[in-house]
Design a binder for this molecule. Structure first.
Ligand code: NAP
Length: 490
């Protein structure tokens, strides 16, 4: 134990990328009084849940790695999902995390009693901690669409995050509903490998072309020999230019950067799709990057395979043996995949989190989830979120984001450790000012330029980080203690 005034106990919820990060960082400073509760049977979070064909991360692999654990062995510029899952498994091993993780343990409720957090597992156990860290992921709870008749389908039907690996797909007629990043990856992977594939698209997506760069043994050896090469992929001039261009584009929908992105995706569509009818079906009527940008090296090529049919006429209903479209077309299907996204506003829910004086987080988040700079909440002392609401999401490395958030949390927790304070939470005024500024800026982003997406709340306001990434880095560098209410230790 470090020589601190208080030996704090920590409870971390979730053993995905962010929960592991918290555990590793705690271990690094000699802490061992913590537990990570994980409802699944292994680590990896989203990469454990999403095992669909073609699953990959469209953030460059070397950026999608912990800053303290580069991986020269990535097989490609964009790593496949199973490799990412293995990376997190190996991180849990390397940093001795298994002794701290309780698998198959879902948390039902967390309650602040005025001094500490009381956490109840769904199987009736109780635990108590000074510090509670929610590392529960962003896109976690599958969104099952309200398509009439879905329950009548007699074939196999499942959400993309619950892929059925027991099926031999080669001789099957498969329908995929949804064309976000997930649907696009699934269709590109299944095209040519199933008997027939129907891609049901409610609204088209702009597709950003990206290279399908595989790393050779020589490349990997070079990364191994010279970590600066990895650093260069992460934050060299090319990476900075890419991030800068994208950020300038999303922050200001009238920027030259967005115009450039728009021309790239339009050219991609024009150059790639030969059939004019299909080209028009795939042409969105909103601006590039309004929905979360989809990157694909091969979707346009794969969707033109003779075995694939794109249907944009709208689903009327699902029947026992297929899908009836509004124009009367009927697609007979054996498998129906729902790549229909996630309940993006859930965050820590459906857990019940009760803060000071019985304040219920669910009620507080009735309209939409709010958190001061995405990390802390008034009346929820010593409660910290990694990748919480309104943080940078979308086309960024959530690992870099979580690492910066942990740096911020660590500084607040050190106030407790030093023994001068027993509780730390932001003030209501601080959250209000943040939310007001954030909402004003969010309304000007490209996400609010006229499309539907999981970024938008019920009022159509993007629930996103609307400022430059540099500002996020600056804010996370050092908490503004004047925005916090600090309870002196007794
Ligand atoms: P998504 O982006 O929310 O897309 C959901 C899709 O389902 C949309 O095309 C949507 O159509 C459609 N849909 C929803 N309800 C429907 C209904 N009732 N009828 C017909 N269509 C319906 O979900 P996702 O593709 O799973 O991606 C979610 C996020 O996960 C991404 O934005 C990304 O952040 C992350 N992700 C990342 C990667 C990566 O490579 N890094 C890969 C996969 C996912 P509308 O557009 O018309 O609403």
């Amino acid at each position: 134990m470090p020589a601190d005034a208080r030996n704090l106990r920590y409870i971390i919820i979730g053993a995905g990328m962010a929960g592991l990060l918290a555990g590793i960082r705690l271990r690094e400073r000699g802490e061992d009084n913590f537990v990570i509760y994980e409802k699944g049977d292994s680590v990896g979070g989203t990469w454990r849940e999403n095992t669909y064909p073609g699953v990959a991360c469209d953030t460059p692999a070397h950026s999608y790695s912990y800053s303290f654990a580069f991986n020269p062995e990535w097989s490609a510029f964009y790593a496949p999902g199973p490799e990412i899952r293995n990376y997190f498994e190996s991180m849990a091993e390397r940093y001795g995390m298994h002794q701290f993780i309780q698998f198959n343990t879902e948390i039902g409720s967390c309650r602040w009693d005025g001094e500490r957090w009381h956490v109840k597992t769904k199987d009736g156990r109780e635990d108590v901690a000074d510090v509670l860290v929610a590392a529960t992921g962003v896109l976690h709870h599958p969104n099952t669409p309200a398509i009439p008749g879905l329950e009548n389908f007699q074939g196999a039907s499942f959400h993309s995050a619950r892929w059925d690996h027991s099926i031999d797909y080669a001789d099957k007629r498969v329908g995929v509903v949804g064309n976000g990043s997930t649907g696009v990856q699934i269709v590109a992977a299944l095209s040519g490998n199933v008997q027939k594939l129907v891609h049901f698209q409610r609204s088209p997506q702009w597709i950003m072309p990206c290279p399908d760069t595989r790393y050779s043994d020589e490349d990997k050896a070079a990364f191994r020999d010279d970590p600066d090469r990895i650093e260069d992929v992460r934050s060299g001039p090319e990476a900075q230019a890419r991030r800068g261009r994208f950020l300038a584009a999303i922050i200001d929908a009238d920027s030259p950067e967005l115009a450039e992105i728009q021309s790239i995706v339009e050219k991609n569509l024009e150059d790639s799709i030969r059939d004019p009818e299909l080209r028009e079906k795939l042409r969105p009527d909103y601006r590039a990057a309004c929905k979360r940008m989809v990157f694909s090296p091969n979707y346009y090529e794969k969707v033109q395979d003779p075995s694939v049919y794109v249907d944009t006429s709208g689903i009327e209903r699902v029947e026992a043996n297929g899908v009836l479209m509004r124009d009367g077309t009927f697609h007979e299907l054996d498998v129906l995949v729902l790549a229909t996204g996630f309940k993006a506003d859930a965050f820590v829910r459906p857990m019940t989190i009760t803060g000071r004086d019985g304040v219920d987080l669910n009620q507080l988040w009735d309209v939409h989830p709010k958190a001061y700079y995405a990390v802390t909440i008034p009346d929820f002392p010593n409660f910290f979120m990694l990748n919480g609401p309104t943080g940078p999401v979308g086309n960024f490395s959530l690992i870099d984001i979580a690492e910066r958030q942990w740096n911020y949390i660590e500084q607040l927790v050190s106030l407790l450790r030093e023994g001068k304070y027993s509780a730390v939470a932001p003030t209501q005024a601080a959250l209000q000012t943040y939310e007001q500024k954030r909402t004003e800026a969010a309304k000007k982003t490209v996400f609010a330029s006229g499309c539907s997406s999981w970024y938008l709340d019920a009022d159509g306001v993007p629930q996103v980080w609307p400022w430059p990434y540099e500002y996020f880095m600056e804010v996370m560098d050092k908490p503004k203690l004047e925005d916090y209410s600090l309870t002196p230790a007794a």
